[in-house]
Design a protein around this ligand. Structure first.
Ligand code: AMP
Length: 369
């Protein structure tokens, strides 16, 4: 029998790397992390190769690794390109390059026939004015790169606000998007391995507050088989076009006229954290399997319903979760700080009533609206 053990090098050492390692150890995999300090969430879960130590620490990580993956779409393209000369990097450069730029991402979605909000990339007041003419108001102005958790976004409600908005945020490349009047925000996590096997998790519903994901309901309620199939078809096109290996996530708006894609992430995703206890194989294990050349695991839910509640800013009354049946606490070993993702609680339930009752009991973890 061929040994399946692979040394997996992760660029980054945050909570995603931590959860990848936790999922990968039962498969016999080994982990190394390229991070900043010994205080990071992944630090005790594998060998740390610290950027600050010396210029060779990245080379050492690559020497350790059979395969390299990353935690963030803001990972340096140059670094990935260089590493890929000697060691496979999954997901590969094309997935990373596309998802680093909202314009490139939307171009690809449009090319694959996946509906997106109308959009225009702008880099001057004149081009913004012209874009507002085409897209009209309300519309959302976003930075083309490095936006996350709703950062770098500005709502334009009226044409009279265009000049002021440009004054405040212009002077760099931006993308103007038509405002989507959505019913719900959904996402889908898909996985492809090196043998071109594809699997899809069910669509989930995500609820955000101030741009940050607060909780996920999985699977999303009242999703027709047709809608799930539609989302899977979008993912199939993306996975194949990108020759993607690993987890790929697509955030979607559910509208009166169907699904509209918002953005994608070439990595395990916060809206997939419910899969740790909620699905037969977690997104983390499936990512590890995918990049290690292993068969993918069953993505179906273990229970009819699951939820994931993010713990943001302060740890809060975690004993409530610890005392609750079918609640699972995940802390990332991070210090409290406003807006910071410190952990999450997964819930599983047989019925909707049971699930919502549990969420109600944990309402101190949710924003007061
Ligand atoms: P993003 O960083 O693109 O995921 O956007 C953060 C949040 O802003 C989303 O989760 C939505 O709630 C909202 N949003 C983003 N783009 C649009 C849009 N075109 N129309 C309406 N709401 C949007």
């Amino acid at each position: 029998m061929t040994p399946i053990t692979k040394c997996i090098g992760v660029l980054g050492a945050g909570q995603l790397g931590r959860m990848l390692a936790i999922a990968g150890y039962p498969l016999g995999q080994k982990f190394g992390f390229y991070g900043n300090s010994d205080d990071e969430p992944s630090a005790l879960l594998g060998q740390m190769y610290k950027q600050s130590d010396d210029a060779d620490s990245l080379t050492q990580l690559v020497e350790f690794a059979d395969v390299i993956t990353y935690e963030s779409e803001n990972t340096s393209i140059e670094q990935v390109r260089e590493i890929a000369k000697t060691t496979p990097v999954y997901p590969a450069e094309k997935s990373l390059y596309t998802s680093q730029h909202r314009g490139r991402e939307k171009d690809l979605l449009a090319q694959l026939g996946i509906p997106t909000p109308s959009y225009q990339v702008v880099d001057s007041l004149e081009s913004l004015k012209a874009a507002v003419e085409i897209i009209s108001v309300p519309s959302i102005l976003k930075t083309t790169t490095e936006g996350y958790d709703g950062k770098g976004q500005f709502l334009i409600r009226d044409e009279s606000e265009v000049e002021q908005t440009w004054k405040e945020v212009g002077g760099r490349e931006l993308i103007l998007e038509g405002f989507v009047d959505f019913k719900r925000e959904l996402s889908i996590v898909a996985v492809r391995n090196t043998n071109n096997e594809h699997v899809y998790y069910p669509l989930v519903q995500n609820v955000h507050h101030k741009g940050i994901l607060r909780y996920t309901i999985a699977p999303a309620r009242e999703i027709s088989e047709e809608t799930q199939k539609q989302a899977e078809l979008f993912m199939e096109r993306l996975l194949d076009e990108l020759d993607h290996v690993g987890v790929l996530t697509l955030e979607l708006f559910e509208t009166e006229s169907g699904l509209v894609a918002n953005e994608m992430a070439p990595r395990v995703h916060n809206s997939g954290h419910w899969t740790i206890e909620g699905a037969k194989t977690s997104q983390f294990e499936n990512h590890v399997r995918a990049i290690s050349g292993l068969p993918l695991g069953d993505t179906s839910p273990r229970q009819p319903l699951a939820a994931m509640i993010n713990i943001i800013g302060e740890t809060g009354p975690i004993e409530k979760a610890l005392q609750m049946p079918d609640a699972f606490l995940h802390l990332y070993d991070k210090a409290e700080r406003e807006g910071r993702k410190l952990g999450h609680i997964n819930l599983i339930a047989e019925t909707e009533d049971e699930l919502y009752e549990k969420i109600k009991q944990l309402n101190e973890f949710l924003p007061k609206i």
